[in-house]
Design a protein. Sequence first.
Lengths: 183, 183, 183, 183
Amino acid sequence: MTKKEKILKSALTLFVRDGIDATSTARIAKESGVASGLIFHYFKNKDGLVQTLFLELKNKISELNRTRNDLSCFTRENFKTMWMNGIRSGINEIETIRFIHQFKYSRYIRLEEREKGKSFFTEQHAYFRDGIQKGILKNMDVELMGEIVFEQMLLVITYIQEGRGSIEDIESYYKIARDSIFS
Amino acid sequence: MTKKEKILKSALTLFVRDGIDATSTARIAKESGVASGLIFHYFKNKDGLVQTLFLELKNKISELNRTRNDLSCFTRENFKTMWMNGIRSGINEIETIRFIHQFKYSRYIRLEEREKGKSFFTEQHAYFRDGIQKGILKNMDVELMGEIVFEQMLLVITYIQEGRGSIEDIESYYKIARDSIFS
Amino acid sequence: MTKKEKILKSALTLFVRDGIDATSTARIAKESGVASGLIFHYFKNKDGLVQTLFLELKNKISELNRTRNDLSCFTRENFKTMWMNGIRSGINEIETIRFIHQFKYSRYIRLEEREKGKSFFTEQHAYFRDGIQKGILKNMDVELMGEIVFEQMLLVITYIQEGRGSIEDIESYYKIARDSIFS
Amino acid sequence: MTKKEKILKSALTLFVRDGIDATSTARIAKESGVASGLIFHYFKNKDGLVQTLFLELKNKISELNRTRNDLSCFTRENFKTMWMNGIRSGINEIETIRFIHQFKYSRYIRLEEREKGKSFFTEQHAYFRDGIQKGILKNMDVELMGEIVFEQMLLVITYIQEGRGSIEDIESYYKIARDSIFS
DNA sequence: GATGAATGAGTATTCATTCAT
DNA sequence: CATGAATGAATACTCATTCAT
């Protein structure tokens, strides 16, 4: 792992554990075993680090999403697959999910990013639109639809993560999401 | 308005606008036109101010909820009424809603509060249970149910607030919530 | 006990336990159960409280000293009596002793007070001089002599107070003092 | 002189002149011509600075004591030499002496340090014990003995420093110390 | 690339003191 | 006498950021 990667990794862990504001760059440097100045060599400033981290994680997820799921046309089956894949990888990458959620509601998000950041499904608006046209989905704003599904997934992931519910009941959790948006 | 109230009012506004961490006590004092020390006369420390603010707002909402809605038994009709009342007052009291949401995901929330804070509907778990028993609601954990409904309401309120959707479409937004949890 | 007395009593306890600087007037007010403003009604300011406390305690001790010991002329016997009385009352009034010692080395002592404050024995310089003239004491500055005896007493009192030595060995501690200054 | 040394030097001067509590870190920074934050780069906090200063000075003195005086066995002659060396270097290093004394009676001293700090002579308890065994010293607790000798030295050093007595009379001051503890 | 000393504005909090009631 | 709300300067400490090495 390069020093740059070490910085990003420690930043992610600390941001999620303590919050972005409450994590000092000095702390990140210490945790990743590099000199405090190095952060400012790789990133313009703290904000730059936060933005970079967000973009990298977002891209990682988007890519995962794209390679694992076929989103060229909407079907009842591939939506379910996508949703369940999302929950499963969300549980494995809880830090990533938490950071994205935190970032979305922080003062670090830029206005331009806000809309794009609201959902995993930014790039899937066309996918939802296809579902609406086929009469499978409720006829509503695809942005709002994406946000609702994303927030629900987050709640379910957290619910399982905290041991309050079991992954084996995933089918029943899925029904909530499905019924929310299916017509 | 007493100085104590002025402090709480300014704190709410600034917390929502800039975030809790990014709002200094000095700023709050300045904005409310009191001496910086007065905050610590009324509240043990910044955390005390945040906690007090949260509790006051939570109580205000709970009371509103209790007086406006009959939650002694669950019916399709009174759930709808409650939900719509919630959206309407949420739009009027957007600061309150935003602060509670922010607080819930901040490092200021105490573990004891976390569970209780997760939903407006803490006190309505029995209400949901009644709905399940009557076969109206899906058979699921009422806690998770409360959280899902709350987050959805938040998204809808924000959506309308930001001018992306109209309050006149409230009926269609309601259907999402209803279908999520109704069996 | 009047409120003024309560203030002085609490101040003494807190000053000795935590130090004068580290004791706030607010703390004193709280501990003595009075309003914070009352301290400034009875004493000009914190310094005034400290000075008053010092003078009252000093007077109490001087009076005790005067009534219990005959210091009109120096004898081996009455010096011993005085020394032993001093140790015994010092052990009973440890707070008083500690405060005077603390005060002596603090920034609260005024230059005028410094000399006078250096010893219990300020008023007994004539007594020491008598001892010198009679050839019982070493021929030395009576001020220095007083300070040395006072510091030694303090060490012995503390030593016993802390349970490191027993009051029953007082005779042997006395010999140190005696041999220091007797010719 | 490095900036760290400058900080320690200014701290010593100000602590002795105004007291530890009454000396702000800002004042120390200003006096030593460094940024206020640098103090906290080198020392964990104000307490860390105070502790470091104490340990450095204590070590300096101990070393001086060890190199100048032979304390492997107690004799009347080398005790006198040691005592006189102590007075002379105490007069030259009055700040050091004053700070150690102040520290000893401050709230900064830690319980573990308290015993060790009570005397220059901590490391010389064996030396005193040797003197007792040889019948030269009074048969008493060597800790108390050390404290008594130290306090006496402090009084004498101060006495000379303040111009109340002359270094030329050192022989007569010595007799006080000697008679206190010699049997 | 990498270090960590150095900066100084900013933060939460404390505190002696005042004063209207 | 007595209260405690109110003040604002001062305090210890943090932190993002710079820069010489």
